[in-house]
Design a protein around this ligand. Structure first.
Ligand code: AMP
Length: 417
């Protein structure tokens, strides 16, 4: 596998899969958060600084055909602002031959939204899965998907994948296209490399004590990552709504708290497995309860396994915060996914903020390596303005979870083999 740092793009055209699925302000149509554009800059700059040309391709939104509201043309100005140079735009990703031919060293061309074509995702449109003709339509589209990927590949000498957020999808531009490039003509960009380094460090070289903090709504969403991490961690901290499926499984009173009744056995199984592997599991011991799921609900505090009837636990309380803070402070590696409570409501945000602060402190004061991932924990760390005080904040929610679950991501396999 070749590495972008050592590659010289001089005289070459590189087609780069970036993740420019950026949010647009509803009122103005302007880019409201350009984090993803900034994330791709090191790769683009390296290509043009070497004397190569960059052809950028991305999806935007859940396009189901040509849709001006999801046109990447709207973000051209933002890329130019960030790059500090003009770029070109081609309004049909399948008709870029002339634009590509005219592209000179140091120039950048952006192709229109790949998902304007069904071939990108390979999912038939306008036909439901239960339709008897669905399978045939899918087969036909899959064949066309190869041609679509081949056409994109024909524009360039080398392929660079720098879109970690879509690396868990086997799409034309994220995986299939790689088949049309030789081993020494395809590579990851700087962003994907950084993501992989951070995750591999946690999965393969974690310094101990290693603590996983798992929160969020449901056990069912996190079961695979928890199972994979049980072989690696010393401590497993549980928080958020999933707490109550565990507490109920252990015979506690959970009132109206969130509970997945069909996952009680699974919760018990996780606890048994953790015990067998010598992993210390921390469940919240006290909670902030609400009389309804509302930002202005009345609140009280109780033991987590003694939630009063008619009340629901929406955050961890002080005793738990103290325990969790101590465990995190003594850790050398921390991975955090999912909030400790309903942090969107101020009344129930304290536990999540305290954990965010503890993770930042462990990084700064204890030299711990700390990795934050999953949409809501990233939002929580940003809300607390601590993103630059932790070791790494992953940009890819679903992709990060799947990688940490031990799954092979199609976009990664396409290049790593
Ligand atoms: P996830 O996407 O699985 O990480 O879940 C994040 C969501 O879980 C957030 O929207 C939180 O509001 C929600 N959540 C966290 N704690 C609780 C709780 N105790 N009860 C209900 N929802 C919760």
């Amino acid at each position: 596998m070749i590495v972008i740092d050592n590659f010289n793009f001089k005289g070459l055209k590189a087609i780069v899969r970036v993740d420019f699925n950026v949010p647009l302000d509803k009122a103005t149509g302007k880019v409201s958060d350009d984090t993803r554009i900034r994330g791709a800059l090191p790769t683009i700059k390296k290509i043009i600084a070497d004397g190569g040309a960059a052809i950028l391709m991305s999806h935007m939104g859940k396009a189901k055909g040509v849709d001006p509201k999801l046109s990447l043309k709207q973000i051209v100005y933002k890329i130019e602002e960030n790059l500090g140079q003009k770029i070109q735009f081609c309004d049909d990703c399948m008709k870029a031959d002339d634009a590509v031919k005219a592209l000179k060293a140091g120039e950048v061309l952006l192709l229109e939204n790949l998902r304007f074509y069904a071939e990108e995702e390979g999912k038939p449109r306008g036909i439901e899965k239960d339709d008897p003709n669905y399978d045939a339509a899918k087969k036909e589209l899959k064949a066309k998907q190869k041609d679509f990927a081949k056409k994109l590949a024909s524009y360039a000498d080398v392929y660079v994948n720098d879109a970690f957020g879509t690396a868990h999808r086997a799409h034309a531009s994220t995986a299939i296209i790689a088949d049309f490039f030789a081993e020494d003509k395809k590579m990851f960009g700087f962003l994907i490399n950084k993501e992989l380094q951070a995750m591999d460090k946690v999965l393969n070289e974690a310094q101990k004590p290693f603590t996983a903090i798992m929160g969020g709504a449901k056990v069912s969403d996190k079961i695979n990552i928890i199972t994979n991490l049980l072989d690696r961690v010393d401590n497993l901290i549980i928080g958020g709504g999933m707490t109550y499926t565990f507490v109920k499984a252990m015979g506690g009173q959970i009132g109206n708290s969130l509970c997945e009744a069909d996952k009680l056995d699974l919760a018990k199984e996780i606890l048994d497995k953790a015990k067998a592997k010598g992993v210390k599991v921390y469940l919240p011991t006290d909670a902030v309860n609400a009389d309804k799921f509302d930002a202005n609900a009345n609140t009280n505090i109780s033991k987590t396994n003694e939630t009063p009837d008619g009340w629901m636990g929406l955050d961890i309380a002080d005793e738990t915060i103290k325990t969790y803070t101590d465990v995190i402070a003594n850790s050398k590696t921390v991975i955090w996914n999912g909030p400790m409570g309903v942090f969107e409501f101020d009344k129930f945000a304290k536990g999540t903020s305290a954990v965010a602060k503890a993770v930042a402190d462990a990084t700064q004061k204890n030299g711990a390596f700390t990795l934050i991932g999953g949409g809501d924990s990233v939002a929580a760390i940003n809300k607390n303005k601590l993103a630059d005080k932790v070791s790494y904040v992953s940009t890819g929610g679903g992709a990060m979870l799947e990688y940490m679950e031990g799954k092979v991501l199609p976009g990664i396999k396409a290049i790593r083999g």
